[in-house]
Design a protein around this ligand. Sequence first.
Ligand code: ADP
Length: 493
Amino acid sequence: MALEKEAKRMAAEFEYSKDDLNRGVQHFMTEMREGLGKTGGHISQIPTYVTAVPNGTEKGTFLAVDLGGTNFRVCSITLHGNHTFSLTQSKVAVPRTLMETQVAAELFSFLAKQIENFLKTHHNDHFETHKAKPGQVAYFDLGFTFSFPVEQVGINKGALVRWTKGFSIQEAIGKDVCELLQKEIDALNLPVKVSALVNDTVGTLMARSYTSPGKESTLIGAIFGTGTNGAYVERLSNIKKMKDIDEKQGGANYDTTTGLMVINTEWGSFDNALKVLPDTPYDRALDKESNNPGIQMFEKRVSGMFLGEILRRAMLALHNSDNSNASFLKDKTSADNDLTTTTVIEPDSALFKQWGIDTSFLSIVEEDQSDHLRITKQVLEKDLGIQAAATEDAIAIKMLVHAVGKRAARLAAVALGAVILETKRLETDGFVDIGVDGSLVEYYPGFEDYIREAFRETQGIGEEGEKKIRIGLAKDGSGLGAALIALTAHDAE
Ligand code: ADP
């Protein structure tokens, strides 16, 4: 009983009350406005130069490529104009030597070569006709998903800020990555135009907007995977900083007639100052020992990369608790049958290692309805090197898991709810559509339900508003989404 009480007390530290939630939403709205006003700030509110969202009637064939880390993906997408599409794709590993080459052109020429191979395999008629009689066939518009920090200055223009994920090609820094790719495409004389530089969140928004039923467009694209981020459709007139940006470019270099632009919020750094975010001892320790303390504070409480680590720190605290009655993952004698359980934790157990617990562990435990939480005990043994955990231990873990997961979902609702309220779309349109992607929202049991519960508690949304919010999984942001951005870029020309 002492253990249960202690676990309950710790779980309560993760509670994010209705008041907290509403304060969070208000503060998120404030930071959204700040980000639209100036460069810098917690929520960056980055203009994407995407000025229209699809409604499912779009048609045509487009190319999309995705350089995200270890792999390079090439695909062609044919939009059927009725919310459906077909997709053909190929994937190759990027050779390590090209990730660290001195000459940027070597990497980009490799990428162009993959596009050429893809065209030969899947669009050979088009490819051959163009080779024989250039100008006879239309160019394919290509959307380029490039998942590294870039400073985007136009729909197909963006300078590389720095490399991450094992890439380091000094020469490319500061250069326009679309231009680098186009140059190598042209060197191979391919009928391809790099029409759009794509952020994956924007891709999610576009993909959902095309596939969601009905004619209405989607308001938000949100990712809850390794990280978290969101993009939404903003009125151009609200993006106050656009005037300065346009001046630097010598005038608006995008279609202004729609009066809209998709904004990439970069909401992972919402409230880095910790004015409204919850902050348990486990959050604090995680942040302090991370490689970027004080940064991405929202993401550190919401996304897949971190939830396992928050849980691990809470479990370890319970294990090391001074409260000797609350014996957790230690030998104990059960009160009802006087049997002693001998729990063994291997010395190199993941419980003792930073980042040792993957967030998929939380999904398994949250889902576990088996007798005496048998499944949880199995995973403890298999993944964490903890043998013969007592049922009481498993129950305590389940309480902590639920607390960490539910708090993440309620925080996700802060971001989504704030965008819904700030854009006033429930009032003007009478409904809101949201596209989501990422393993956390896809697999964590009840994640959407907890988001919805929080919406009902949010002033300005409430029971009535929540019913008017649709949430749908939008996979393939970097394929379908990128193709759709290439299409809107083409149409805007
Ligand atoms: P990415 O965001 O990198 O494109 P994912 O959407 O698959 O890829 O997210 C990966 C993250 O999701 C990892 O942090 C991982 O811990 C977490 N994750 C993977 N499987 C699950 C699961 N079943 N439940 C919850 N989280 C998961």
